[in-house]
Design a protein. Sequence first.
Length: 242
Amino acid sequence: MKVLDERVVKRAKARGLDALVYAPHFTRLPEIRRRAERFSDDELTVIPGRELFTGNWQQRRHVLAIGLSEPVPDFLTLDGTLAELERQEAAVLVPHPEFLNVSLGREDIRTHRERIDAVEVYNPKHWPHHDERARSLASDFEIEPFTSSYAHVRGTIGEAWVEFERPIGGASDLVRAIRTGEPRQIFHRDGLGHRLRCGIEFCHLGYENTWSKLDRLFLQGTEPTHPNHVAYEGKFDDIKVY
């Protein structure tokens, strides 16, 4: 999910979840880790993740990384990003494949098949034909599936989830389960209430992808996850696109 506060934690527990992956946009890994630790307790584990924007804004491809040991900025080349995730032995997941202009497509997945650990087969922002296409991609390339609430608004927490056969105690357990292809089951809610929440998430795209947000967030080069930010010390200059 992209949001995390007391209300999110309360809702996750009410929905019977044991763990959440917190992967907000344009937020550096140290801050994500701090918030994940703050909202974790004996009932609910919050696992830090990064949904990375690769490529430029017009041709961006989202990649979800879990288990990073070091911060990775946005707006690197796709190949450079995946190579860095491989170096860090992070789990590499493909969220919302072939969805609008923000996803890895079939040829991207084909090219990087050996670096990808899971493909999302259900997303509340999808329409039914998007989910069908995503399931086909996972099946065609024999990649393990996953789902998530992909919550940008609190009410979507717990609308979709994954169940593994053994307990997940933290980030290392989840990374291991994903990278080794441990057995899992994919679930999502149904009915009118679920479709309404999915519709709200889809409508959120209008806000999320405005050019005003684009200018405010990264064209100036000073926001936290821009590769030119001082925090990255020029480490990614050879693979950045801005």
